[in-house]
Design a protein around this ligand. Structure first.
Ligand SMILES: [Zn+2]
Length: 152
C-alpha cells in the first residue's frame, strides 16, 4: 500500500476526496489478502518540515502531524503488516523497503491486482497533484473519469 495516509485521504495540502472510494476498496482487498496469509507492506510518507520534496510539492505528511498516519480504516492492516516510512516519493530512496522485500520475497506475490492497485494509487496522486497545480496556476485540469477497475 502506498501513501494511504491521512495527509492524502483526509486532510492537508495534498488531500483529495477521490481517495474515499479507494480506501473502502482497499479495505476489502487487504482483508482478502490477510485471509490468504499474504504479507502486506505499507509505504508511508513521513517528512521532516524542510524536506527537499517541498520545493516541488506543498508541505504534507510531516512526521508527528497526524497526516503521516495510515487512515484509520487501514491502520489495523498496517499494524499487523510492515510499514516502511519514506522522505521522498520513491519507496526505495534511503528506506528499508529493499531489505523488507528481500525478507518477504518467498511470500511476495506481484499479481495483477497488486500492481493495478499501485498503478491506481499513483494515477490518483498524479491527478490530485495536477488538480492542485491547476488550482494554483489557474490552468484547467483534465476532467476526472471514474475508473472501472474498482466497479464490481
Ligand atoms: Zn511526500
Amino acid at each position: 500500500m502506498v501513501d494511504m495516509l491521512v495527509g492524502f485521504c483526509r486532510r492537508g495540502n495534498l488531500y483529495s476526496p477521490r481517495y474515499e472510494p479507494v480506501v473502502s476498496r482497499l479495505q476489502a482487498r487487504l482483508a482478502e489478502a490477510e485471509a490468504r496469509g499474504e504479507s502486506v507492506v505499507f509505504l508511508a510518507d513521513s517528512h521532516l518540515p524542510d524536506d527537499p520534496e517541498f520545493a516541488m510539492f506543498p508541505s504534507h505528511c510531516v512526521e508527528g502531524s497526524g497526516e503521516d498516519e495510515v487512515v484509520p480504516e487501514l491502520r489495523g492492516f498496517a499494524d499487523r503488516g510492515t510499514t516502511v516510512t519514506k522522505r521522498t516519493f520513491s519507496g526505495f530512496h534511503e528506506t528499508r523497503l529493499d531489505e523488507v522485500l528481500r525478507r518477504l520475497a518467498p511470500r511476495v506475490r506481484f499479481d495483477d491486482n497488486a500492481v493495478g492497485l499501485l498503478d491506481d494509487a499513483h494515477r490518483s496522486l498524479r491527478r490530485s497533484l495536477r488538480s492542485r497545480t491547476s488550482m494554483m496556476t489557474g490552468t484547467p485540469s483534465r476532467p476526472y473519469r471514474a475508473r472501472s477497475r474498482f466497479s464490481r
